[in-house]
Each structure stands twice: as C-alpha cells, then as structure tokens.
Design a binder for this molecule. Sequence first.
Ligand code: GLC
Length: 500
Amino acid sequence: MARGLDPAATDAAGPRLWSDDAVVYEIYPRSFQDGDGDGVGDLAGIRSRLPYLEWLGVDAIWLAPIYASPLADYGYDVSDHEAIAPEYGTDLDFDLLVADAHDRGLRVVLDLVVSHTSIEHRWFRERPDFYVWADGPEPPNNWRASFGGPAWSRDPVSGRLYLHSFYAEQPDLNWRNPEVREAMADVVRHWIGRGADGFRVDAVDRMVKDAELRDDPPGRDPFPLPIPEEVRRLDLIHSRDSPEIGRLALAALRAAAGDAPLIGEVYLPVDRVIPYLDHLDGVFGFELLHADWDADQLGAAIDRSSAAGAVAWVTSNHDFPRVATRWGKENARAAAVLLLTLGNSAFVYQGEEIGMVDGPPADPPLDRYGRDGCRRPMQWDGSATGGFSAGRPWLQPFDPERCNVAAQIGDEGSILNLFRALIALRRRIDGAPIRVEAPPGMLAFERGRHRIVVNLGADGTSTPVPQGSALALATSVAAARIESGELRLDGHGAAILQLA
Ligand code: GLC
C-alpha cells in the first residue's frame, strides 16, 4: 500500500500527513527578499517576510535550492548538498529561519536535487563511480538532454563521456551504485536533523535510466513545455521513467526521510506517476499547468489527476510562465479559486497571490533556458526595486508600480485578499472533487457540501444550482449572484457555493 494512501488510516484519522491538504508556498530564494542589500534574495530576507506568509495563511514554505551552486542552472546544480550558498546566508540564518517558521506554525520544505549534481561537486572528481560514464568516440545512444543537445558530454580530464539529463554542467548520478544511495540518504538525514519538515524531490523521473542504455524510439513527448522540439520527437522511455527508480533510488530516500513527506517532481503524464506513489507522498499534477484555459482541457486534467490519487496541484512555479501570463491577467482570480479548491495539497508560487506577470528575459538572458521572466523578484511595494532589495537587484523586478503587496494588502477587493480568503475557506471544504455538469465554457465540481463553479469565458453566463445554495466566496463581490435558482457569473468569474 502506498504511503499516505492507506484508506483505513485516512478515514479514521483524517489526512495522515500534514502535507496531504496543505497550502505550500514556493519561495525562489534568489528573488523573494534581499536582507543584506547585495541584490540577491537570502534566508534573512525570507525570515523577515514570515509574518506576511503567516497572515496569508499558508501551511508551509518550499525553498527552491538554497545550497552552494555555481548557478549553471540557478541552484539546481548543487556543488555541496549540505552547505548553504554563501549569498543566501549561514547555517545560523537557516536555523533562525526554521525556528521562526516553526514558531509561526509554518513548515519548511526543502528541495532535494538528487538526479544530478553540479560538475563542480567534489564527487565528480573524487568519486567518478557516483556518475554514469561511457567510452568510445561517439555517445552510446541517442539520448537527448531535457534542455536540448546530446545527453552525453566529454569530460576533458578523463576523456570519457558522462551522462547529463539537463545541462552539461549537471552530471547525472548513478543510483545503481549503493554508495550514491547512502550519500543522498545522509543528505536527507542531515536536513531533517536541521529541522526540515519535508522535501520536494527534483527530477525524479530522471533518477535511473535503462541499464542497457537502449536508444529512445521515435515518438511524441506528451508535454508541450519546457521540452525542446528535438527532444519531443523521441519517446523518452529509456532515458527516464525506469521501472527501477522506486527500488534503486526512492526507497533509500523514503527510508531516510521517515515521516517527512516527499513530494516528487515527476515530469510525466499523470497516469504514469502512480507507481511513484509507492515511495512518494505526493507528485505534482502537471496536467493542470499544461492545460489551456478551456473548460474541456481543464476538466480532463482534473479528472485524470484526481484519479491518480495524491496529486499536489500546481499552476505555476519557477520553470513556467506565470498564471496571469499564460492564462491571462483577467483569469488569475478564477485560476486561484481552482488551484485552492481542488483538495489535496496546493502549491502557490511566490507572487501569484498578487497576480504578477512574467517580465521579459534579462538582457543578456541569465537562465539559458529562458526562465528569467517568471523568476523576476517579488514585488513588495511600488518602488523601483519593488521593496525586494536595498541594493541593485540581480534581476530587476518587472512592474512593481502596477502590482505589489503594499497596494493590495489593505484592499479587500484585491487578488491578494482573495487568496487569503480562499486559503481560509478551503479548510472548511472536504472530499474529492467530483465534476458536475455545467454549460459550455464553464467548469463545475463538488466537494462534499460545496460546489465550485468557474466561468472560463469573457461573457457573463448562468447555470442552475441546487435549491438553498448560498454564495460562500466569489472572485469579486460583484462577480457572482444567485437569482431564481441560477448562479449568474460574470466573465472570468468563479464562485464557491455552500450547498443546502
Ligand atoms: C527541475 C527544476 C528546474 C531544473 C531541473 C534540473 O525541473 O524545477 O528548475 O532546471 O529540475 O534540475
């Protein structure tokens, strides 16, 4: 029985793990709050904003990697898994952050980057057996790196080819080596000892590959982003998603983590993530993120994801265009209703609660894969640096004068206050989402005694509702009303009804 999915335990005692129905707020540390004026976000800065997160009502913060890194992949190339990046602070800053978060009832989730290290990690030279190598003049197969180009590069020192599922600066670990398992289990134990409450596990589907290094056959990768076209022309059945990932990799993390929840980034269609739940407590439901703002697509994504079980709902993160950019500013409020009412856990990326949009990439671009836009700093106030830093930001905030926390916090009608109200209300909503019929262009589902209705279109529209339904919350005061047995929703509006 998959951990966290034991129905007996769930029925008798409510959710088994704190993460099962948590709202987890993703912090991208470089861009959240700079505490020392060097232009780079840091742990002291995050700590100074905990009162805000407590006010917002989230249950936990997930810190994208805070570890030492040469930044080839902006922190996802870790050169020491147990060292805090100096620009983010010290061990003491981490301890203070965790203690303060815990005092406020906020859990702390760390990022476990386990499928690869930085090429500057000392293991790459000292423990070549921790990595995957091939010899010969040509790569042993047709595998492509996720960001494009061959998945094999030549190490100038040894002259051998090493495998990398992402950038060449990120050599893949060889989880078939039991000592890799032990070393990573040590990392998990280290951070649990330092107070971590759970982990988001990076790139799980890449942890173990085909032992025979067979070619990926031609095919069509299912997700539109962020995979380049040259990679999508292959069916990545051998370079990822090995049936051995659970036994050879996740089992060791699971044992080391004990009761601390593990939420996996398994970048696969949701019907293929189910086996991963034998070892993980949740997996991100990327189908929702990849759906267009369209009732049929979103409905299908919700149905497929709900069927998988412990799906952590996510509509944006540090890798993808933000909601307001992807689905339109006008739909950001309705998208918040959707994310926060689907049940299970919901991951809110920093800045989504104020409806931030992506900025353009930095000039010249910093992230080689074009993700600068969604990583622009958090906008706390309307000043030139958005209150993010007293110095010169590493990446300029995009439009703080138009969109910022200070302007929204006292405005009852702001998207920020909608997020806060939704987070409070969701605690009173139970049950799995069951879709109910709705007119074209609308999406509706029920959870227990609540019905959630979203109007995806620009025009006002109505749908019949059960007698005695009362409006619990809507995207704005004027967006929804119940009249003669019908819910009338403005264009782009959404509402939560309490059923009789
Ligand atoms: C995950 C991270 C992404 C990173 C990649 C490689 O997908 O979210 O930012 O580039 O893993 O570590």
